[in-house]
Design a protein around this ligand. Structure first.
Ligand code: DGL
Length: 268
């Protein structure tokens, strides 16, 4: 009888990623580099973007539908490549599904809490993430001495999604938020859309002050999959889905990920 390695059947199941739009690609891109053999499905809920302006009930509803979609796709793990849903929905949904779930904030908090030479940390995020105070709560679990200041950047996600990054009005709106930052040791780009703005941000604050948690997050995902025997050994596919305007997604994503084809339009 031919020996059948049942683990392979488990391992080649896809990893799901989701966000309200192109933001999660800043995570996806890094995970792909760390784990080139994985099959992946990226879901951008563009119809409901921006998540940062939605209520907790709405966000739980969106995330739950997306998890169900990934369940149907037989995902082995789902990456919440979105700070807002990690902040607002993770607790409510974390035990509902069989696959592994990786929320960005909870995954990186211990690393942020112990960054060398960082005593004063500024978090810039969407209004919903700031309202939840998820960053300061999670960081204080690991380091209660760190000063965490949280400020919200209401327009930044739309600037990215509507590809208006270099327009004078956008630069003004970005500058206005930065005026409240003060002089911290580090500034966390706590929305996955914000790394798209780095070229503008560094006009006002040195680039090395900005921290993109996606790098720590991607490492963490790789380690956890490896620890649980869930790594795949052969890449077969990557798929992209959006809930509205596929063309727009393709254009807005260009800075981070070059899609060969248009993402598939889907209604949940
Ligand atoms: N990119 C997401 C985040 O990290 C959501 C942004 C939004 O749609 O408001 O929070």
């Amino acid at each position: 009888m031919e020996y059948k390695n049942t683990y392979n059947n488990i391992n080649n199941r896809p990893i799901g990623f989701f966000d309200s739009g192109v933001g999660g690609l800043t995570v996806f891109d890094k995970v792909r580099k760390f784990l080139p053999n994985e099959n992946t499905i990226y879901f951008g809920d563009t119809k409901n973007m921006p998540y940062g302006e939605k209520t907790q009930d709405e966000l739980i509803g969106f995330a739950d539908k997306i998890f169900k979609f990934f369940e149907k796709q037989n995902a082995k793990a789902v990456v919440m490549a979105c700070n807002t849903t990690s902040a607002v929905t993770y607790e409510a949904l974390k035990d509902k599904y069989k696959f592994r779930i990786y929320p960005i904030i909870q995954s990186v908090a211990s690393i942020l809490a112990n960054l060398e030479n960082v005593k004063n940390l500024c978090i810039i995020a969407t209004p919903a993430t700031i309202k939840s105070r998820a960053y300061s709560k999670e960081i204080s679990k690991y380091n209660s001495d760190m000063n965490v200041k949280e400020i919200s950047a209401p327009n930044w996600v739309r600037i990215v999604e509507e590809h208006r990054i270099n327009q004078p009005q956008s630069i003004e709106q970005i500058k206005e938020v930065l005026a409240d930052v003060g002089n911290p040791d580090g500034i966390v780009l706590a929305c996955t859309h914000y790394p798209y703005l780095l070229d503008v941000l560094e006009r006002f604050i040195p680039r090395e002050k900005f921290i993109d948690p996606a790098l720590y997050f991607a490492q963490n995902i790789k380690d956890d999959l490896a620890k649980n025997g869930l790594l795949n050994d052969k890449f077969e596919y990557e798929k992209f889905f959006v809930t509205s305007e596929p063309e727009n997604f393709k254009i807005a994503s260009q800075l981070f990920y070059k899609l060969e084809n248009l993402p598939e339009l889907i209604e949940l």
